[in-house]
Design a protein around this ligand. Structure first.
Ligand SMILES: [Zn+2]
Length: 291
């Protein structure tokens, strides 16, 4: 398991990225730092958490800080001030550090879904709410499915939506989606296909766990004729061997390889002949639960 892999800059890895992962990053005014797993959190869940940094103003938001002291140490290393926490959902491995962050950083804003019972939440969010972290505009997307109040955060420099990114927590993973704990297949399908699906295809996807290889194995089992998938699984396995991340993906890539997004495609219908896309989605989710 990767532990506390520090400060790996996604931009450094781009030249070696296969083209099916989407367009190359344009120079941005901000940086995303990706970290994986936490020394004190024994979940063996390949957790991903992030610092979203406004490079000019030297302020940052932390996405899903399960362990506050580590987040604050990384912020110090990066020489940035954390002004906000973006919580994707209330589960402990994502929101477990919120109360401590509130204690350690007076005045910090802690965002989370209004109906998600997020620990220490100061700024409850509804679908469509907007706020800023320095020069970065953040749009809250209510995406029920994994939990009832899950929020995904679409972030971009105003007017540059095509260069945006989305933090998806346990709603959308690379090549998969989270378990359906608190919602219906209709709601989850709508969150993935209609809400996240409306984002520009170039949008970079930063998810809550690095489950990519396992997800790709499942995707291959249900979508065996998909050539892009076949290429990607080789690449993802190599990334794992080299202890590198497979995030970010892009929405365009997910449309090509993610069986849950593709539940309306003819190729996926064969797993549930005559079914609607939502029924195909529900069948896929059930199959994945026991995969
Ligand atoms: Zn979760």
């Amino acid at each position: 398991m990767q532990r506390n892999q520090v400060g790996w800059n996604q931009a450094n890895a781009l030249p070696s990225r296969p083209c099916f992962l989407g367009s190359v990053l344009q120079p941005l005014l901000y940086t995303v730092r990706t970290y994986q797993d936490l020394p004190g959190l024994f979940c063996f869940c390949q957790l991903c958490w992030y610092l979203l940094i406004d490079d000019e103003k030297k302020i940052a938001a932390c996405v899903d800080p399960a362990e506050a002291h580590l987040v604050l140490a990384k912020a110090k290393e990066e020489n940035v001030e954390i002004v906000a926490v973006l919580t994707t959902h209330h589960h402990y491995d994502h929101a477990g550090g919120n109360a401590e962050m509130a204690k350690q950083v007076p005045g910090i804003k802690i965002f989370g879904g209004r109906i998600d019972k997020v620990a220490a939440c100061t700024d409850p969010l509804d679908h469509g709410n907007k706020f800023t972290i320095g020069s970065i505009e953040v749009l809250a997307l209510h995406t029920p499915g994994h939990t009832k109040g899950s929020i995904c955060y679409f972030c971009c420099v105003p007017g540059k939506e095509k260069e945006g990114l989305v933090f998806t927590g346990d709603t959308l993973f690379v090549a998969g989606c989270g378990r359906m704990f608190e919602s219906t297949p209709e709601e989850f399908h709508h969150s993935l296909v209609t809400v996240l699906g409306a984002l520009p295809p170039e949008t970079q996807v930063y998810c809550g766990h690095e489950y990519t290889v396992k997800n790709l194995q499942f995707a291959t089992a249900v979508d065996g004729g998909n050539e892009t998938l076949r290429q990607m699984i080789d690449w993802a396995q190599e990334q794992k061997v080299q202890r590198k991340f497979t995030v970010p993906s892009t929405m365009k890539n997910e449309w090509l390889i993610n069986p849950f997004l593709r539940s309306g495609d003819d190729q996926m219908r064969s797993i549930c002949p005559g079914c609607s896309p939502v029924e195909v989605f529900a069948t896929l989710r059930k199959k994945k639960d026991s995969f």
